[in-house]
Design a protein around this ligand. Structure first.
Ligand SMILES: Cc1cc2nc3c(=O)[nH]c(=O)nc-3n(C[C@H](O)[C@H](O)[C@H](O)COP(=O)(O)O)c2cc1C
Length: 224
């Protein structure tokens, strides 16, 4: 079982958020998973230009590190998203990655995957950013198993407690993949979203032939 951790802080080894991502991965490893960590700031990921070629042809026109990262995500059973709070949101490189995943949302490519999110903030907003990243996991068709947010500026010891919680979260992530925890409310959302996106793609089949043929191959819609 593979778990991919992504940290979107520019501070490299000094990142507080990295401590939480690492703790999640350590918890996952405790449960027997193989883990990999990617430092998002070392990658070159361009901005989506809304050209629509991914919907129509399944390929992006930009040449950069995104396709390799996407391949790693698709190869993993579990995804850990980590970002500091920058003005009550994720950092810009993490958002650039999300924006490159519009086709992945249309095709619900995280179906069957599990994920979680961690965030550190100076003073506040960490839970809001965790919720946003987990929302993205669900938007992609995946199941969000929980999150850890820590305000590091208010209490220097808070990160230690956060690391303990993050390690437990990593264990829960692997246990969830093994089917030891259920998320019935999210199962309902997944069914609704698969129905919604397969039908939306069907209505737009002339513009989005790649996604249309993909959903037909999935057996979710009948060829017209
Ligand atoms: C550009 C920028 C924006 C930030 N915005 C916020 C904010 O809105 N709220 C907050 O509490 N902390 C904010 N911070 C503080 C960081 O979230 C905090 O230092 C975090 O722990 C950094 O994580 P890192 O060490 O992993 O980079 C901001 C920091 C920077 C550099």
């Amino acid at each position: 079982m593979k778990i991919l951790g992504m940290n979107a802080s520019p501070k490299g080894a000094q990142s507080q958020t990295l401590r939480l991502v690492r703790a999640v991965l350590n918890g996952a490893a405790d449960e027997g998973a193989e883990t990999e960590l990617v430092d998002i700031y070392r990658l070159k990921v361009g901005y989506c230009t809304a050209c629509g070629v991914c919907y129509a042809e399944g390929e992006c026109t930009l040449i950069d590190d995104f396709p390799d990262l996407m391949e790693k995500m698709l190869d993993a059973e579990g995804i850990v998203l980590g970002s500091p709070n920058y003005i009550d949101s994720v950092t810009a490189p993490m958002k650039a990655i999300f924006d490159r995943m519009a086709d992945a949302v249309h095709r619900q490519l995280f179906s069957g995957k599990y994920g979680c999110a961690v965030c550190t903030a100076g003073g506040s907003g960490q839970e809001k950013v965790v919720d946003y990243m987990n929302h993205v996991i669900i938007a992609l068709g995946g199941t969000a198993v929980g999150g850890v947010g820590v305000a590091v500026g208010r209490d220097p010891n808070a990160i230690l407690e956060g690391e303990r919680d993050a390690r437990e979260l990593g264990k829960r992530l692997v246990q969830s993949i093994r089917g030891e925890h259920r998320y019935p409310e999210q199962e309902v959302i997944h069914r609704q979203r698969r129905e919604y996106f397969s039908q939306m793609v069907r209505y737009n089949r002339d513009r989005w032939p790649f996604e249309y043929e993909w959903w037909v191959r999935q057996g979710a819609i009948r060829e017209i």
